[in-house]
Design a protein around this ligand. Structure first.
Ligand code: PMP
Length: 399
């Protein structure tokens, strides 16, 4: 008898599968707009200058000791300033329980585990669609999931009315997962006015908002602007949870550095919650890795490096916004009868193109263009060099 004979291969991750197929394609024309990582205009991965400088400062000075169980105090401090505001009273009042997390994914998972342990009767409401891993995270944490409507396929924008209905119809005191900015995969965010209405309704219903903020600064180019939704909820006096990631906005993908924070009623509560978050982390990974946390705290803690970072994150956002314009213009120039307005209305890393799985298959088979079958284009993979080719191919399969 075999111990492992019953173990079937896991279903392939749809995003990682796209990269595999791309790598295996020998065509010189091939384009990868599947993967969610930033590329420069030559299609190359980027290490930010501010990160290189932080690494120079670390070199030679680094010991390899453990971080405290909750992670780097300095990194957490700087992260809270970014998310809650530089001069936030909530920080001064020590009302926020926060720990370093294994990037955005780890922050979400730690929160889900916390929810399961301390709020065992709650569920999580997740937007349709969402980043596929959200479903896995709350599933593995054994928190029951519900969904709420979010995206409108016809307008390729927000289905605000349905979203509000679902918020109103959820039982009072429900937990909701909200993308703070640059919704993945749709690139569709509520307007400021809509966020205010959502926040108001959350108050009426006593719902709890958990913000997944994987793209702060990466959406508009301005981290403060991208934290606007959180600011609105804070002004309305909500308690919130927040997952932060430095994968995209600092290009620290593989370093796995992020922060989970939970805003509590007072300092006493925050101390208790933080100790319990550490208790959850202890048997999983004990304490988080040091290197990325050092990079982040050096950059955000030094005014000069921080302004360099702000310039560089804006540079990434602007390149993507520029490629949105270029892609839309080229499709319109080709005489496409369809509307491509949503390409420039949507924001962040992704364009939810509205192409069908069959059209995506044709892009791949006939044009060597690789992306997920839901029609999501990673704008980070679009460059001056391939945008014309991409537009032409999209036009061919959609006309
Ligand atoms: N949330 C969302 C919405 C994301 O798009 C991502 C990255 N794909 C993450 C969280 C987490 O990424 P990471 O764990 O690399 O920070």
């Amino acid at each position: 008898a075999s111990w492992f004979g019953h173990v079937e291969p896991a279903a392939k991750d749809p995003i990682l599968g796209v990269t595999e197929a791309f790598l295996a394609d020998p065509s010189p024309d091939k384009v990868n707009v599947g993967v969610g990582a930033y590329r420069d205009d030559n299609g190359k991965p980027v290490v930010l200058e501010c990160v290189r400088e932080a690494e120079r400062r670390i070199a030679g000075n680094l010991n390899m000791e453990y971080l405290p169980m909750g992670g780097s105090i300095k990194m957490i401090e700087e992260s809270l300033k970014l998310a809650y505001g530089e001069d936030s009273d909530l920080i001064k009042e020590k009302r926020i329980a926060a720990v370093q997390a294994l990037s955005g994914t780890g922050a979400c998972r730690l929160f889900a585990d916390f929810q399961k342990r301390f709020l065992p009767d709650t569920q999580i409401y997740i937007p349709i669609p969402t980043w596929a891993n959200h479903h896995n995270i709350w599933r593995d944490a054994c928190v029951p999931q519900r969904t709420f409507r979010y995206y409108h396929p016809e307008t390729r924008g927000l289905d605000f009315a349905s979203m509000m209905d679902d918020i109103k119809n959820a039982p009072n005191g429900s937990f909701f997962l909200l993308h703070a900015c640059a919704h993945n995969p749709t690139g569709v965010d509520p307007s400021e006015e809509q966020w205010r209405e959502i926040s108001y309704q959350f108050k009426v219903k006593n719902h709890f908002p958990f913000f997944d903020m994987a793209y702060q600064g990466f959406a508009s180019g301005d981290p403060n602007r991208d934290a606007k939704a959180i600011q609105i909820f804070l002004e309305d006096g909500h308690l919130i949870g927040c997952a932060q990631s430095y994968a995209k906005n600092m290009g620290l993908y593989g370093q796995r550095v992020g922060c989970l924070s939970i805003l509590c009623e007072d300092e006493l509560q925050a101390v208790a919650v933080k100790s319990q978050l550490q208790q959850l982390a202890r048997p999983m990974y004990s304490n988080p890795p040091i290197h990325g946390a050092l990079v982040v705290s050096i950059i955000l803690g030094d005014p000069e490096l921080k302004s360099l970072w702000l310039k560089e994150v804006k540079g990434m956002a602007d390149r993507i916004i520029g490629m949105r314009k270029a892609l839309r213009e080229k499709l319109e120039k080709l005489g496409s009868p369809l509307s491509w307005e949503h390409i420039t209305n949507q924001i962040g890393m992704f364009c939810y193109s509205g192409m069908t799985p069959e059209q995506v298959d044709r892009l791949t088979d006939e044009f060597h263009i690789y992306m997920t079958r839901n029609g999501r284009i990673s704008m980070a993979g679009v460059t001056t060099g391939n945008v014309g080719y991409l537009a032409n191919a999209i036009h061919e399969v959609t006309k």
